[in-house]
Design a protein around this ligand. Structure first.
Ligand SMILES: Cc1ncc(COP(=O)(O)O)c(C=O)c1O
Length: 341
């Protein structure tokens, strides 16, 4: 194995020892196997390729201060994938099978888990796809569930960096009764064009408003919206077309613990200028502070242009401390992976 430069890992794919793969046929999941090749041999008429039956998840495992390896909130990701599966007519992956698969693939790739102190983690990407042959529009008859892992580095070196966000009124991400509230692959295809445009124009993230009225804030393309009001309330939008972010649930719990008033409610675009901190939250980065939001000619500035507001800084540190077991796991979020086979 090539020596890994733990301090300089980014967030990109690299080969590991293997991924784990389970198949669903005739109504049952098989026992799964560890596959060294990162390629999948698939029929050209597989349902996922034509009709988008594909769900994925993103979670992380950490090498902790006590040397143990822990997965952060795996049951929440498992249940969210089950919700996605139901909505797009795929079989759910049973929780016990899922947890075992996570443990097996992590154990088999233990050499790729960034050591404690490097700020890195093992990013885990479960994928559930309709792999059966399906030429008429209908759910596929067979499914493949796989989990791949990738070591990733600390996103922030030397503190949280704020980014610029943009709202485009000519693109929507998710319809009110569509599939924005689940993690189906097509949602990301739907947002690629706007994302490339944003990057070209110098913005790191796009913020979406509700598709029906463009009045209410929904979420960023790959992360939830969080705002801190001038009087210290934690506000996050509530809508059927927002993905329920597990990081957001974590932050809400920790914000309550710090005595903040946590409000999950409709957030009008007009309110944005009243927030003292705005951030994008998700597994990859935990929290990215946003220093400005541009909509056409209008630019709303929030918080410091350098660094990060005090509330986000403290929430970010709390999450990281729990993930690396530097602080007690009062909520039972961390799942220890026994490393003996
Ligand atoms: C659309 C969208 N919103 C929010 C999130 C953040 O969710 P989580 O905190 O579970 O990573 C993600 C990432 O999974 C996402 O793709």
């Amino acid at each position: 194995m090539q020596k890994i430069d733990w301090e300089n890992l980014g967030f990109s794919y690299r080969d590991t020892n293997c991924h784990i793969r389970h198949s669903w046929r005739n109504g049952v999941w098989d026992d799964g196997e560890l596959c060294a090749s990162p390629y999948l041999n698939m029929h050209v008429a597989a349902g996922c390729l034509h009709y988008g039956q594909a769900a994925f998840e993103g979670l992380k495992a950490f090498c902790c201060k006590d040397g143990k390896v822990r997965i952060f909130r795996p049951l929440d990701n498992i249940r969210r994938m089950a919700m996605t599966a139901r909505r797009i007519c795929m079989p759910e992956v049973p929780e016990e099978l899922y947890i075992k698969a996570l443990e097996r693939v992590i154990r088999a790739n233990r050499a790729f888990i960034p050591p404690y102190g490097t700020g890195g983690s093992l990013y885990i990407r479960p994928l559930l796809i309709g792999s059966g042959v399906q030429i008429g529009i209908a759910p596929a008859g067979e499914y493949t569930f796989l989990i791949l892992v990738v070591p990733v580095g600390a996103y922030y070196k030397g503190g949280l960096h704020p980014v610029k966000a943009v709202i485009y009124d000519d693109f929507d991400r998710a319809a009110p009764l569509g599939v924005g509230g689940i993690k189906v692959a097509g949602n990301y295809a739907a947002s690629l064009f706007a994302h490339e445009k944003a990057k070209m124009e110098g913005f790191a993230v796009e913020l979406y408003l509700d598709a029906k009225t463009h009045t209410f804030v929904e979420e960023f393309a790959t992360s939830n919206f969080v705002g801190i009001t001038a009087d210290g309330a934690y506000v996050t939008p509530e809508s059927t077309s927002i993905l329920p972010s597990i990081t957001n649930l974590t932050l809400m719990e920790l914000a309550r613990e710090q005595g903040l008033d946590v409000q999950a409610r409709s957030v009008r675009f007009d309110e944005l200028e009243n927030f003292s901190e705005i951030g994008a939250c998700g597994t990859a980065v935990v929290l990215t502070p946003v220093c400005s939001i541009t909509r056409g000619e209008r630019v709303i500035r929030i918080g410091p242009e350098q660094g990060c507001g005090a509330v986000f800084q403290s929430l970010y540190e709390r999450v990281q401390a729990i993930q690396y077991s530097e602080a007690p796991d009062r909520y039972g979020w961390c799942h220890v992976v026994e490393m003996d086979d």
